[in-house]
Design a protein around this ligand. Structure first.
Ligand SMILES: Cc1cc2nc3c(=O)[nH]c(=O)nc-3n(C[C@H](O)[C@H](O)[C@H](O)COP(=O)(O)OP(=O)(O)OC[C@H]3O[C@@H](n4cnc5c(N)ncnc54)[C@H](O)[C@@H]3O)c2cc1C
Length: 421
């Protein structure tokens, strides 16, 4: 593609978002440098991995990835043998009785592994590992024309470019550098999650995948908790080797501060799962006692508002722009659209179709509006799904998993379980 200005983009974070941005810039023949906090070893071995449902966002992938990688997208599926067009809905059960309540609509959903997706999107890219962003400035740099963006890393090194895009996830340092620590702060909502992976005995593994090959949710009416299982990896046809993602989430007590030790967390997990109908009761009992359950509060960027992009030089993409609670499965799907839109903005600026400031302004405006809408809908979803009374009014029941429109966000925010604190 012919371009007139070789704008150099500094990408912070080699998660799915940063990698897709890099692929898109590379495809457009625009220069980039990609910096990742993890080392090349810890990037592959980090303990927290999970699966994500890829649905409407998949249409944005081909704008950035080269065709030979698009053709290999199925390699990132949790179960590579499943054809996404064969799955038309995702079931939700009454966790107390085992009765199926509904089947949530979704457009050809496929369950992708976060790790496999990163490894595919990484192919052919240069990633600088072990680079933790700590500062961002715009300044004159010796030997360079005009002002430049300078990213500072913890190891004392620096990167110089024309544009910086923060793709560094929910707890983004780039966001802090752009809007300040206070304005960048996440808001914790009254929601807590155990999110981990485990294997089950063969019979149970087959039973739960018999309910749905991708994922199954069970909501318990008595204590408003959700027990979710989804397939994470299928290394062989032997069901005892299948890896599952388990998410137990609930609103209000107990909070992180109440379950500090792994023993207390496991005791709570076992006690909660024992109140569920089969197969969830047996699934809970089968989780090995020595599993270390990570515990996370739900968060969102409630203070999100227009950021000063300094004439188009600083912006955000993916979870850095719109961290959200996970119960509507939208974070990745929005991140893919962000990456595609950001690359389109840079192509427009580089080809002099649009000044950089205008192109990034338009990008920012759209991502902020879409991200804010979805953060509020996902928050509402997370709260409503845990209360039996509001479950049927939840965005999931009304919208399924489709992409939200602007006026669908946030109307009843805080009406049920209280405002975010
Ligand atoms: C339990 C759970 C289930 C989910 N399910 C779904 C789903 O079904 N569908 C869906 O669409 N979404 C889902 N999501 C959301 C999805 O995981 C995220 O939206 C997506 O992974 C965001 O990718 P990202 O690249 O923006 O951020 P990340 O994947 O967090 O990547 C950020 C990268 O930046 C690096 N980094 C961080 N700080 C720095 C720094 N200072 N300097 C340099 N590098 C840095 C990190 O090491 C990391 O590699 C789920 C999330 C959770 C928690």
């Amino acid at each position: 593609m012919a371009t007139e200005r070789k704008l150099h983009t500094i990408i912070i974070g080699a998660g799915t978002t940063g990698l897709l941005v890099a692929q898109g810039l590379k495809k457009a023949n625009l220069p980039y440098s990609l910096y990742e906090y993890e080392t090349d070893t810890s990037y592959q071995t980090r303990p927290r991995e999970w699966g994500m449902t890829l649905h409407w966002g998949s249409e944005h992938v081909s704008n950035c990835l080269p065709p030979e990688l698009v053709a290999r997208l199925s390699e990132t599926y949790a179960d590579t043998s499943i054809d996404p067009t064969s799955v038309t809905g995702l079931p939700i059960y009454n966790g107390k009785t085992g009765e199926r309540i509904m089947v949530m609509g979704a457009a050809n959903p496929c369950r992708v592994s976060r790790k496999k997706l990163r490894n595919l999107f990484k192919e052919g890219l240069d990633v600088s590992y072990g680079k933790e962003l700590v500062s961002v400035s715009i300044e004159r740099v010796e030997g360079e024309e005009g002002e430049k963006v300078v990213a500072g890393f913890k190891d004392g090194s620096k990167a110089v470019g024309d544009v910086l895009v923060g793709c560094d996830g929910a707890r983004s340092t780039a966001r802090e550098c752009i809007v300040g620590e206070e304005a960048a702060a996440l808001t914790e909502v009254p929601l807590t999650m155990f999110n981990f992976t485990t294997r089950f005995p063969a019979g149970l593994a087959e039973e739960v995948r018999g309910l749905s090959p991708l994922f199954v949710s069970a909501i318990h009416p008595d204590h408003g908790s959700m027990f979710w299982t989804s397939i994470q990896d299928v290394p062989s046809s032997d069901p005892s080797t299948w890896l599952f993602q388990v998410l137990l989430s609930w609103t209000h007590d107990p909070l992180l501060k109440d379950l500090r030790s792994y023993e207390d967390r496991m005791a709570f997990f076992k006690q909660r799962s024992a109140t569920y109908a089969e197969p969830w009761r047996s699934l809970g009992a089968a989780v090995p006692d020595d599993t270390k359950l990570p515990m996370d509060p739900g968060t969102l960027w409630d203070k999100a508002s227009k950021w000063d992009n300094r004439n188009g030089r600083l912006t955000l993409c993916g979870d850095a722009a719109h961290p959200m609670t996970p119960h509507r499965g939208q974070g990745l799907n929005n991140a893919l659209q962000d990456a595609s839109n950001f690359v389109a903005a840079l192509i427009a600026a580089a080809s002099a179709k649009s000044p950089l400031a205008d192109a990034v302004d338009a990008y920012d405006k759209e991502v902020l509006a879409r991200g804010t809408t979805e953060m509020q809908i996902s928050y509402k979803q997370s709260m409503f799904i845990h209360s039996w009374e509001t479950l049927m009014q939840s965005p999931m029941v009304k919208l399924g998993m489709h992409q939200a429109k602007k006026d669908e966000g946030g109307a009843e925010r805080g009406a049920e379980e209280g405002e975010a604190k």
